[in-house]
Design a protein. Structure first.
Length: 137
């Protein structure tokens, strides 16, 4: 594996974690969303990642991360009886999103830490390359 491919790997990891952070932010922003029907209420979304292994030159394998999609949570939405609410349906129910704030905060901290780790990998690789170049002086 080339030392330069580490930048590609770390970059794909940072891109994936950035999408994960954006998805988490969207979930947290819609935590108080309500609707008059189950089908229209906001549902928490999560990105799905997959590892990609590419056969590189000379038999080395290079990996990266790919986002294969974003899925909606299948957790049940919360129904609340509130006939005075402007969005209440005929039976008097409003439906709240299924976003779990504790799980989203944990997800945000994990994604942030993973992003920071990928930045540290890229920075360490850069320092190693610079020191390798200094050996030739």
């Amino acid at each position: 594996m080339s030392l330069f491919s580490i930048f590609d790997i770390a970059g794909s990891g940072m891109s994936a974690q950035s999408l994960r952070l954006n998805t988490t932010a969207s979930n947290l922003a819609n935590i108080d969303s309500v609707s008059s029907s189950i089908g229209q209420v906001y549902r928490a979304r999560q990105p799905v990642f997959s590892a990609v292994l590419d056969n590189a030159q000379k038999g080395y394998t290079q990996g990266s991360v790919r986002v294969t999609g974003i899925v909606e949570s299948q957790a049940p939405v919360k129904a609340q009886y509130n006939p005075s609410h402007p969005l209440a349906n005929e039976e008097g129910y409003v439906f709240h999103s299924n976003v779990d704030p504790i799980a989203e905060m944990a997800n945000m901290m994990s994604a942030s830490r993973s992003y920071q780790n990928n930045v540290a990998i890229a920075e360490t690789s850069k320092q190693l390359l610079l020191r390798t170049l200094q050996l030739g002086e």
